[in-house]
Design a protein around this ligand. Structure first.
Ligand code: DGY
Length: 328
């Protein structure tokens, strides 16, 4: 019997690739960069399954180009904002993602950014590299303390909670804002307090974003939000770039309305080299690598492959974001 045909939009780690090739007749996009829209449309024609990355916008037009054979869209990410999930649901196509496994890796990275921004680690390194280190001085490169400070977490799902666990090890006071949170907190997080966004912004020394990008969270951090933040506060974003308005971020950092920010995600991605954000000393930017540990990326590749294979063989996806497709 012939194997199901699939298109994989980039070379994924071996653990996942092996599974895909074992079960499917696969075209793996060979480029280092994502396929263009036209290339994507050309390659999905007639496939049974699509394994996409967060860099691939998958909308109804792409699904229709694939046609009625398309049985699954498996995203190699926990976030699915690159996919029009309701268009997939309307067409009865299950969409898979890779939840849980990247939680701790991402929370480690977010906490790393937090410390780096508070203690000016990247700026200090740059200063040494460029010959700016002349002597030890009492007022040289002063940062702010992390221990004992207040951390506001926007979005108290898996990653937000994992960050709170790390922060409690630094004796931080934890506030969180998440309208969809269940409020049933595990014992070790019982000191965390649920507050409205405004209170969080006013009281937090650090604010870290862990909410998905939706139409409600698009530019949630804008000029008004920054004005409400505590002077001297530090913003961390490892969620999605478009949750923060880049011009408002630039203004808030340039005017020192907030002290610093550290972001792993930008809008757009990659950040163009002429972006004014690159001129700022009080901004750390990393290239969307919060989940990029070898072990985690191997697990993400495996989960994405498992979702793909389940979908093309008519089984329920193990990790599905639109399970309502199975109710029909
Ligand atoms: C995800 O999986 O959504 C992450 O952003 C990848 O790093």
């Amino acid at each position: 019997m012939s194997k199901p045909r699939v298109f994989v939009t980039r070379k994924i780690l071996e653990a996942g690739l092996r599974l895909v090739l074992e079960h499917c007749e696969a075209i793996i996009w060979p480029g280092e960069l994502p396929p263009s829209r036209q290339e994507l449309i050309d390659h999905v024609r007639g496939v049974d399954g699509l394994l996409s990355l967060l860099t691939d916008p998958i909308d109804g037009e792409v699904m229709d180009a694939a046609g009625s054979n398309l049985k699954v869209i498996s995203n190699h990410a926990v976030g699915v904002d690159n996919i029009d999930v309701s268009a997939a649901t309307q067409r009865g196509i299950p969409v898979g993602n890779t939840p849980d496994i990247l939680t701790d890796t991402t929370a480690d990275f977010a906490f790393g950014l937090l410390i780096a921004a508070a203690r000016r680690i990247v700026e200090g390194h740059r200063c040494v590299q460029t010959g700016g280190w002349k002597t030890w001085a009492p007022d040289f490169m002063l940062g702010v303390d992390v221990y004992g400070a207040t951390l506001g977490i926007v979005g108290f799902g898996r990653i937000g909670k994992a960050l709170a666990r790390r922060a409690s090890g630094f004796d931080m006071r934890i506030l969180y804002h998440d309208p969809s949170s269940d409020h049933e907190l595990p014992a070790e997080l019982s000191a965390a307090r649920s507050v409205d966004l405004e209170t969080m912004l006013q009281e937090s020394d650090f604010v870290s974003i862990h909410t998905p990008l939706t139409k409600d969270t698009y530019h949630l951090f804008n000029e008004t939000t920054f004005q409400k933040m505590k002077p001297g506060a530090i913003l961390i974003n490892t969620a999605r770039g478009a949750i923060v308005d880049p011009s408002a971020l630039y203004q808030a950092l340039k005017s020192k309305q907030i002290a610093a920010a550290a972001i792993d995600v930008t809008d757009p991605e990659p950040l163009p080299m002429d972006s004014p954000l690159l001129e700022l000393d009080n901004l750390i930017i990393t290239p969307h690598i919060a989940s990029a540990s070898l072990a985690t990326r191997a697990k993400m590749a495996t989960m994405a492959a498992e979702n793909l294979i389940a979908g093309v063989t008519g089984k329920r996806l193990p990790y599905c974001v639109n399970p309502e497709v199975y109710q029909v």
